[in-house]
Design a binder for this molecule. Structure first.
Ligand code: MG
Length: 375
């Protein structure tokens, strides 16, 4: 079973406004046609992709990265040219797709292919839910019954030999390949389409498609950096874990330099300043405070803005104490405070090769990165 995708990209797209044909215009960082080709290339059940392009678009076609053939004067002629080029190559099923439907989703491709196991033709469509009117000179002149009406989409899939014969026999004035198939007596099953699979037609469709392709996802990165000096003492607190040491860290709170860096990274991603803005050192109630209070506040602030913390990466910079033996306990404690899976929290350490204040063991520095995601 060899399944080919035939992408019809020979149109001039005059309704999309002035400029290059719509399939070669930029859309969310690449050309419309590149999105469409990539969707089929990524699908595991598509074995071969052929695009039908206009003879004037040689340069554009050459950069598609797939085989192309020249189309004809009409859409039907272009499809026919593509089908003829696929003949004799062992193709058993073909999915014919309009290049301007750049938001084609893998589930539609799969549904069409699956349906072809039991029927010679299958195509996606959406039931019409809006009322239908007739209109003339800006006035409603009548209504139409929408029962049983569908908005047709592509890819329209067929058993290869059947659709090739159907196109050869058709006069060539069909609106789409389903019409050609039906004229030849082939049954065509309807599979569910979706609104993402919209056909870019008018200039405003580019903006809508761009939003859909980029997704509504809001991804934020924040960084945090903190330093605390050593003073007399017998332990340090790093990322929520007390570690016996010959010195202590000096600070208004428990001086957990690692947790402070992580907290500031989260505030940074939210453009919410730093710990000092939310917990002023001048306020005596934070004297000796457990830094988990600060981290908890930053995590809840992120959640209240609709963000999920995707991951945290924290580097502690010191010669001593050795961090490695405590890193797992730190990860567990940070995961507990943040309500985050441990495999999304990285805590690592480095020395500064005895250089600078950390090298002279005057204090510990920490830096952190946080990724926040709003779906
Ligand atoms: Mg600090």
């Amino acid at each position: 079973m060899t399944t080919a995708a035939l992408i019809v990209a020979a149109g001039r797209g005059t309704r999309a406004g002035p400029g290059a044909p719509k399939q070669w215009r930029p859309l969310a960082g690449r050309r419309v046609a590149d999105w469409t080709v990539a969707a089929f290339a990524a699908h595991p059940e598509i074995d071969l992709i052929l695009a039908v392009t206009h003879p004037d678009d040689e340069a554009e076609a050459a950069t598609l990265g797939i085989e192309t053939v020249h189309g004809g004067a009409t859409r039907a002629a272009s499809v026919r040219a593509g089908l003829e080029a696929l003949e004799g190559r062992g193709v058993t099923r073909v999915l014919i797709h309009d290049v301007a439907r750049a938001g084609i989703t893998p589930d539609i491709i799969s549904a069409v292919i699956t349906a072809l196991d039991t029927t010679p033709g299958a195509a996606p469509a959406i039931p019409v839910t809006d009322a239908l009117w007739r209109g003339e000179t800006g006035k409603v002149t009548g209504t139409e019954d929408r029962t049983g009406l569908f908005r047709a989409q592509t890819p329209q899939g067929f058993h290869f030999d059947a659709i090739l014969s159907a196109h050869r026999a058709h006069p060539g004035d069909a609106a789409d390949d389903v019409e050609v198939a039906r004229a030849a007596g082939l049954d065509v099953a309807i599979v569910p389409g979706n609104e993402t699979n919209l056909k870019i037609t008018a200039p405003e469709d580019f903006a809508r498609m761009e939003k859909s392709l980029r997704g509504a996802m809001d991804i934020r990165l924040g960084n945090g950096f903190d330093v605390h000096a050593f003073e007399d003492g017998d332990h340090v607190t790093l990322c929520g874990v007390q570690i016996p040491h010959t010195r202590a860290l000096k600070g208004h709170s428990d001086a957990d330099v690692g947790m402070h860096a992580v907290t500031d990274a989260i505030y940074g991603a939210l453009a919410e300043g730093d710990i000092g803005r939310h917990f002023p050192p001048s306020d005596m109630q934070w004297k000796g405070a457990d830094s988990a209070i600060f981290l908890d506040h930053a995590v809840k602030l992120a959640a209240s803005r609709g963000f999920t913390i995707s991951n945290i990466d924290c580097t502690l910079i010191c010669e001593r104490p050795k961090i490695g033996p405590h890193a797992a306990a730190m990860t567990t404690r940070m995961a507990e405070i943040m309500g985050l899976a441990a495999d999304r929290i990285s805590i690592k350490a480095t020395t500064s090769e005895k250089l600078g204040f950390t090298g002279r063991e005057e204090g510990i520095a920490a830096l952190a990165t946080a990724t926040l995601v709003k779906a």
